[in-house]
Design a protein around this ligand. Structure first.
Ligand code: SAH
Ligand code: SF4
Ligand code: F3S
Length: 451
C-alpha cells in the first residue's frame, strides 16, 4: 500500500513518525509524499494548543476532500488522538491510536485494510527498542530516552496524552546510538519531555549525565544534543559533563514559562524565579560560551501587567539565545482549565506576545553581533527556503551560506558576514573532505614521510 504520513507537534512526534514509517516499510508498504495518490493517510497529531488542533482539522478536511474522489483509509494517532479518541471516528476517521501504540502500527493498518473501524489505546508504552525498524532521514537522528511526563504543569495536556515517565534502559539506548552511527548518523539528540529526569524511575544509577558521558566516546558520533531540560532537574553532574566534551552541545533548552513567582506557582512549575536565575549563573560559570534558550507562555490566567513585566525583566536579564513564545491556550482536563478563568483578553495576550517578541528580537540582534567576522564550525544540514545551505554550530546557532547538497552532513567552517535577529549569514571557508583539505593532509603526510 502507498502510505502518506503527516506529522504535527514536537520532535517527539517527529521521531515517533520515523519509527512508524520504518515499521510500515518493513511490512512491505511504501511511504509516499503525495497525498493525492496514497491508499492510506496517517496523521500524527499534537494537542498542545488550540492552534495545533485547528491545523489538524484543516488537514483532515483536505484528506476527506480527496477521499471523495478515490478510496482512502484515514488513520489518526498522537496526542490529539489521545484527547479526542472515539469522537474522531464520527468525523470520518477509520482508525484512531494513541501515543503509546505506534510500534503496533503494522497490525493496526492490517485491521483497517480489512475494513474495521476502531480505536486502539494502551496505558503503557510498548517497547520501542534498538531493534525497532526506523527511518533515518539524514546525518542527524532523534533518540527518545524517556517517555511521558509526571510534572502536571497546570496548563499542559502532555501528561494526559503521553502518560507517566518511563525511561528506556541505557544499554538499549546505547545499542541504538551505535547502530545509528553504523548507518551513517553523526549527530544525535536525546529526547524527553524532561530529558534530565532520565533514569530516575530505573533506580539503577542511570542518568542523562552518565548517558552523555558514555556516548561521547562512541567513535563516529560527532555531536550530541539533549532536549528538553526541566530547570530543577539539571544536576551539577550534568553541567560538568556538558562542559567536559567538545562533542556535547553547548546549549541548554530550559523552559522558564514565566518570570513572576506568583504565576510560576499557579503554573505548578517547581522552581522560583531566583532558583532559575541561580541555575543560569551556575551553567554559565561552568560551561564556556554556553547558549540558553527557553519557552515562555504569555497571558496565563491571572497574569497581571506587573507579572508580565517580571517576565520581561527576566528575559532582559538572562538574554536568551532563543525564546519560543506561546499565547496561553486553555486545555480541557488540565488543572488550569478546571481552576482558573481564562481572564486575560485575547487582545491583551496578543499585545504581550508582540511586545516580548520585539524585545527578544533586539536581544537576538545584539547577541548575534558578537558573531560578526567570526569563523564558525557547523555541520551542514540542508537547503533553506531562501535557497542557501545552512547548518548549526555547537551552540545551536543557525548560519546560512552559498553551497550545495553534496555538503550535507559534513563539517564546514563559515565566516559570518551578515547579522540578522534570526539566522546569521556567512561565506564558506573550509569544507570537510574538500580538495583543499585533502591536499593539506597529503602535504602534511608527505612532509612527515620526508622528514
Ligand atoms: N516538556 C517541556 C515542553 C512541553 S510542551 C517543558 O517542560 O517545558 C512545549 C511548550 O508548549 C511548553 O514549554 C509551553 O511553553 C507550551 N505550552 C504547553 N501547554 C500550553 C498551553 N496550554 N498554552 C500555551 N502554551 C503551552
Ligand atoms: Fe508539560 Fe510541564 Fe510536562 Fe513540560 S514538564 S510536558 S510543560 S507538564
Ligand atoms: Fe504536541 Fe504531544 Fe508534542 S501535545 S508538543 S505532540 S507531546
Amino acid at each position: 500500500m502507498r502510505i502518506y504520513v503527516k506529522t504535527y507537534g514536537c520532535q517527539m512526534n517527529e521521531n515517533d513518525s520515523l519509527y512508524m514509517m520504518g515499521i510500515l516499510r518493513e511490512c512491505g508498504h511504501e511511504i509516499v509524499d503525495d497525498l493525492e495518490t496514497a491508499d492510506i493517510a496517517l496523521v500524527n497529531t499534537c494537542a498542545v494548543r488550540k492552534k495545533a488542533e485547528e491545523k489538524f482539522y484543516g488537514k483532515l478536511g483536505e484528506i476527506q476532500h480527496i477521499r471523495k474522489k478515490k478510496k482512502m483509509i484515514i488513520g489518526v494517532g498522537g496526542c490529539l488522538a489521545e484527547k479526542e479518541r472515539e469522537r474522531l471516528l464520527s468525523k470520518g476517521v477509520d482508525f484512531v491510536f494513541g501515543t503509546r501504540s505506534y510500534s503496533r502500527i503494522g497490525e493496526l493498518v492490517e485491521r483497517a485494510l480489512k475494513g474495521e473501524k476502531f480505536t486502539y489505546f494502551e496505558d503503557h508504552i510498548d517497547e520501542i527498542t534498538s531493534q525497532t525498524p526506523r527511518i533515518i532521514s539524514s546525518h542527524h537522528a532523534w533518540v527518545t530516552i524517556i517517555y511521558g511526563c509526571d510534572r502536571f504543569c497546570s496548563y499542559c495536556i502532555v501528561p494526559y496524552t503521553r502518560g507517566r515517565e518511563k525511561s528506556r534502559p541505557m544499554d538499549d539506548v546505547l545499542r541504538e546510538v551505535e547502530s545509528l552511527v553504523e548507518r551513517g548518523v553523526r549527530e544525535i539528540t536525546f529526547l524527553g519531555q524532561n530529558v534530565d529526569a532520565y533514569g530516575k524511575d530505573l533506580g539503577d544509577g542511570t542518568s542523562l549525565a552518565r548517558l552523555l558521558d558514555i556516548s561521547k566516546d562512541i567513535e563516529g558520533l560527532d555531536r550530541i544534543w539533549f532536549l528538553t531540560s526541566y530547570p530543577s532537574d539539571v544536576t551539577d553532574e550534568l553541567i560538568d559533563v556538558v562542559a567536559s566534551s567538545e562533542k556535547i552541545s553547548k546549549n541548554f533548552h530550559l523552559p522558564v514559562q514565566a518570570g513572576s513567582d506568583r504565576i510560576l506557582e499557579r503554573m505548578r512549575r517547581r522552581y522560583t524565579r531566583e532558583e532559575y536565575l541561580n541555575l543560569i549563573d551556575k551553567i554559565r560559570s561552568k560551561v564556556k560560551d554556553v547558549s540558553i534558550s527557553t519557552d515562555i507562555i504569555v497571558g496565563f490566567p491571572g497574569e497581571s501587567e506587573e507579572d508580565f513585566k517580571e517576565t520581561i525583566r527576566l528575559v532582559e536579564e538572562v538574554k536568551f539565545e532563543r525564546v519560543n513564545l506561546a499565547i496561553y491556550s486553555p486545555r480541557e482536563g488540565t488543572l488550569a482549565y478546571k481552576n482558573y478563568e481564562d481572564d486575560v483578553s485575547h487582545e491583551e495576550k496578543v499585545r504581550r506576545f508582540q511586545e516580548l517578541l520585539e524585545i527578544q528580537k533586539s536581544i537576538n540582534r545584539r547577541i548575534n553581533e558578537s558573531y560578526r567576522g567570526k569563523v564558525v564550525r557547523i555541520i551542514v544540514e540542508a537547503r533553506s527556503k531562501s535557497s542557501l545551505m545552512y547548518g548549526r554550530d555547537i551552540r545551536n546557532k543557525i548560519i546560512a551560506f552559498e553551497g550545495n547538497e553534496n555538503m550535507v552532513g559534513k563539517f564546514a567552517d563559515v565566516k559570518v558576514n551578515k547579522i540578522t535577529a534570526g539566522p546569521l549569514y556567512g561565506r564558506l571557508v573550509w569544507l570537510e573532505g574538500s580538495e583543499d583539505d585533502e591536499d593539506k593532509a597529503l602535504r602534511r603526510s608527505n612532509s612527515q614521510a620526508e622528514g
